[in-house]
Design a protein around this ligand. Structure first.
Ligand SMILES: Cc1cc2nc3c(=O)[nH]c(=O)nc-3n(C[C@H](O)[C@H](O)[C@H](O)COP(=O)(O)O)c2cc1C
Length: 347
């Protein structure tokens, strides 16, 4: 699949998830089969660009290309500036967030709230495309199906985005009103795909290789984007890739491999966040990795009391070594539940 000048290795994308898909996690997913990853959202508010959080989000050191940065905001000029700022820092693709339902973003008419203000949304898209075009940086758009069940305007919005020069549209099959409740639907995604000449990506509730096949066939989308199902299970990308290519289910990873991936991820994570902050923010990744494993819940409580990186890594390593004595391979994991409480949207 092509995106601008970039040939993507496959059509399985990591969804942008604020507080989750930082550079270490994106790199891990890429290593384990994802063809493309979008950064966590970066605010368009200039005053916040120098904050530690935003500068970490704009850190792409060592990341394989294409580097895609998602921006969120409400002011066309600010959004254009944000695009240029991130392009100067290595962004090769700019993604506009019109999919996030969180209040912090929507109260100021950003995120999915922009789907209720189409003229403003179009002005934002045009401004970002005008800022990115001279750098040959494609602009993509991530959106929902509409504001509410009665107001699904994804097809109209996507058409306008295409006319304004957007190179690819991702549709999360829920309305803004739904947040993360209910199930994602794929009729609207299929309708967007049928209406557009540019690439369309299907997103929402894809949590297994079988579901991936189903959504691809049903929507005829060019690619799939996966978010929550990759938390604690980043190898889902290679499982899906294998299933799409062969129709066969890949065996779950060995416990030793899963342990090695997690500990390497932890080291990378501490590298980005430092000791104090890193040990805390790593807990959620460890928690997700353990969530469905035998004895995982009990260890999770114990692990949450650990306050230094070295002890955290050795506790994880020892726990997995004990698990490996009983289980050479991980048991098949159930799909994770929605966790919108984790959405963390400050710049
Ligand atoms: C913790 C969390 C943070 C998220 N942050 C963003 C974000 O920054 N930008 C965005 O466009 N979507 C964000 N989303 C939405 C996801 O990209 C995705 O559209 C949604 O989770 C549905 O896909 P899934 O069912 O595969 O998780 C977030 C979702 C979660 C769970």
């Amino acid at each position: 699949m092509k995106l601008g000048a970039f040939e993507l290795p496959n059509r399985l994308f990591v969804a942008p998830m604020a507080g989750v898909t930082d550079r270490p996690f994106r790199q891990l997913c890429r290593r384990l089969g994802a063809g493309y990853a979008v950064s966590e959202m970066v605010t368009s508010q200039r005053a916040l660009w120098s904050s530690l959080k935003t500068s970490r989000r704009a850190d792409h050191a060592g990341e394989p290309g294409p580097i895609a940065v998602q921006i969120a905001g409400v002011d066309p000029r600010e959004m254009a500036d944000a695009a240029r700022y991130n392009i100067d820092r290595g962004a090769q693709i700019i993604d506009i967030n019109m999919g996030c339902p969180a209040k912090k973003v929507c109260n100021v008419w950003a995120g999915s709230a922009l789907m209720s203000n189409v003229p403003l949304a179009v002005r934002i898209i045009e401004a970002v495309v005008a800022a990115s075009g001279p750098h040959n940086v494609p602009v993509t758009l991530k959106m929902r199906t509409g504001r509410s069940t009665g107001e699904k305007n994804a097809v109209a919005m996507a058409r306008m985005a295409e006319q304004a020069g957007v190179a690819m549209v991702t549709v999360h099959g829920r309305t803004r009103e739904q947040g993360f409740k209910g199930l994602a639907e794929y009729d609207t995604v299929a309708a967007v795909k049928a209406a557009l000449g540019i690439a369309v990506v299907a997103n929402g509730d894809i949590d297994s290789p079988e579901k991936a096949r189903l959504v691809l066939d049903y929507t005829r989308a060019d690619a799939l984007m996966i978010g929550r199902a990759a938390q604690g299970r980043p190898w889902i990308f290679r499982e899906i890739a294998h299933y799409l290519a062969t129709g066969q289910t890949l065996a779950p990873p060995t416990t030793a491999d899963a342990a090695a991936w997690l500990t390497e991820h932890l080291q990378d994570h501490y590298g980005l966040y430092g000791e104090v902050s890193g040990v805390r923010s790593a807990r959620k990744h460890i928690g997700w990795a353990l969530r469905e494993l035998p004895g995982g819940e009990a260890f999770r409580a114990e692990m949450n009391r650990i306050d230094d990186c070295r002890t955290q890594v050795s506790a994880v390593t020892d726990w997995f070594a004990r698990l490996a004595e009983q289980h050479e391979r991980l048991p098949r994991l159930a799909a994770p539940a929605a966790n919108d409480d984790l959405i963390e949207l400050t710049a």
